[in-house]
Design a binder for this molecule. Structure first.
Ligand code: AMP
Ligand code: FE
Ligand code: FE
Ligand code: ZN
Length: 282
């Protein structure tokens, strides 16, 4: 009874509406999925309706963008938190609004060398979407500046590029606490994705575990094989569970829905621990 616990819709940087993501999960033969858009829960309602229609389970989730005090980007998956929790919502709102001004500043810098405007970026995102570099990448692709999103990320959109601007995001340890306080279950997304940039060291990892990290996403295409083994050992040592997921982004990434999945026993643990919102059963 496999579940895919990490997927994105066009509420953030996936390319398909939430209902289409749910249908793709059902078509792939999954028993259930979690919709985990970046810093948004706006897709939950549409996904829930489609999950019932498609006869699969929906675990409402979100992927919280975090930045450590040393500038390392950390993605924290939250399952079943209360979307109206004031403390978590305030941090997410702060991060989302910083993302918007950051993207506008990046487009301002890019416009000095390429024919890109803010309007192009808006054309590649849905209203109120969590705006990120993928939307800027899509605009650059349509302008013929780069071949695809991946090419954009390895060239003009890398953090080392002169066009790059950072944005406010909560500290990863604070985020673990906020998710727990909102009744959610915090899971470290692709912890060892070294191809994306620097990854956290043992000290910060340890602080997140001490703060109540519940699980680690070991089976993810961005974690190298040896890192996956190390993550399993770490999980066993600290009483955390291990998840596997695709990080599906529709056409925005090569990741196929259901390419990695999570055991039913782990899904059950998440369902038992998450108290902030209801699981959607068909
Ligand atoms: P941002 O949060 O705006 O800094 O952008 C990071 C987002 O870009 C992540 O959520 C990833 O899903 C996406 N991303 C990172 N690398 C790639 C890539 N090579 N191709 C497509 N999307 C990517
Ligand atoms: Fe993404
Ligand atoms: Fe992520
Ligand atoms: Zn993701």
């Amino acid at each position: 009874m496999p579940f895919d616990l990490h997927t994105h819709s066009n509420i953030s940087d996936g390319t398909e509406p939430p209902a289409t993501v749910v249908r793709a999960a059902a078509r792939a033969g999954l028993s259930g999925l979690a919709l985990t858009d970046h810093d948004s829960t706006a897709g939950w309602a549409e996904a829930a309706d489609q999950a019932v229609a498609s006869g699969i389970v929906l675990i409402p989730g979100m992927e919280v963008s975090c930045v450590s005090d040393t500038g390392i980007s950390v993605h924290l998956l939250s399952y079943l938190h209360d979307p109206h929790d004031p403390d978590l919502s305030a941090e997410i709102e702060r991060s989302r609004s910083s993302r918007l001004t950051r993207a506008q500043r990046m487009v301002g810098r890019l416009a000095e060398d390429f024919p890109i405007t803010w309007d192009h970026v808006l054309r590649h995102s849905t209203p109120d979407a969590t705006i990120g570099r993928p939307h800027i990448a899509d605009a650059l692709v349509s302008l013929g500046v780069v071949e695809d999103r991946s090419a954009a990320f390895t060239s003009i959109l890398t953090p080392r590029s002169k066009y790059y601007v950072g944005h406010y995001a909560p500290d990863p340890v604070d985020a673990v606490r906020l998710v727990l306080a909102a009744g959610g279950v915090p899971v470290f997304a692709h912890p060892m994705a070294s191809m994306r940039g620097r990854v956290v060291g043992t000290e910060l990892f340890r602080e997140m575990i001490d703060a109540g990290l519940a699980g680690v996403e070991a089976d993810h295409r961005d974690n190298p094989d040896d890192a996956r083994r190390w993550l399993r050992v770490l999980a066993r040592q600290h009483g955390m569970f291990v998840t596997g997921s695709s990080d599906y982004h529709g056409a925005g990434k090569p990741n196929r829905i259901g390419e990695h999945t999570t055991d039913a026993a782990v899904v059950q643990q998440i369902i038992e621990r998450g108290t902030g919102t209801e699981v959607i059963y068909p």
